[in-house]
Design a protein. Structure first.
Length: 152
């Protein structure tokens, strides 16, 4: 078996969950300082580099895909916040926009937010509506759960 690198990058954050692969749209999102880089592994190019997403280094990144195929990205940071970004299709070609729109910001840890994990759940009140359920951990030794309503 032979292996060789197909992409090299500098400046990637040195945390365990600093990248995630979205198989639905074949994009890898990874953290570089306080920005998110989107990379297309099938065509070997960087799709986009976000503006400054956080006030400090990003610790964790995770794609969350809803049943209606909306693409959300969860990021956690040493600035004490967890943020949700929505990636919408570009109007001219249908591909995903390289510039995310901030959807929500949650703060509740007393220090750095080390890690987060989220899933899309149907709402209990209305099965058509989807909500995001997220858990985060921080330097304050706490696990916190969050429900984010998408349609409100």
């Amino acid at each position: 078996m032979n292996s060789y690198p197909i992409y090299l990058s500098a400046g990637v954050n040195q945390t365990k969950k600093c990248l995630d692969w979205n198989c639905d749209i074949n994009l890898i999102a990874y953290a570089a300082a306080n920005r998110v880089i989107l990379y297309d592994p099938l065509n070997f190019y960087v799709v986009g580099i976000s503006k400054e997403n956080h006030g400090s280094f990003i610790n964790c990144i995770q794609w969350i895909i809803t049943k209606s195929k909306e693409q959300y990205l969860l990021t956690t940071s040493t600035d004490g916040s967890a943020k949700f970004w929505v990636y919408e299709p570009c109007s001219f070609n249908g591909s995903i926009s390289p510039s995310p729109k901030e959807f929500a910001c949650i703060k509740g840890h007393s220090g750095s937010v080390a890690c987060g994990y989220g899933i899309s759940l149907p709402s209990l009140e209305n099965v058509e509506e989807e909500d995001l359920f997220v858990v985060t951990t921080g330097d304050d030794f706490c696990i916190k759960g969050w429900k984010i309503s998408i349609n409100n």
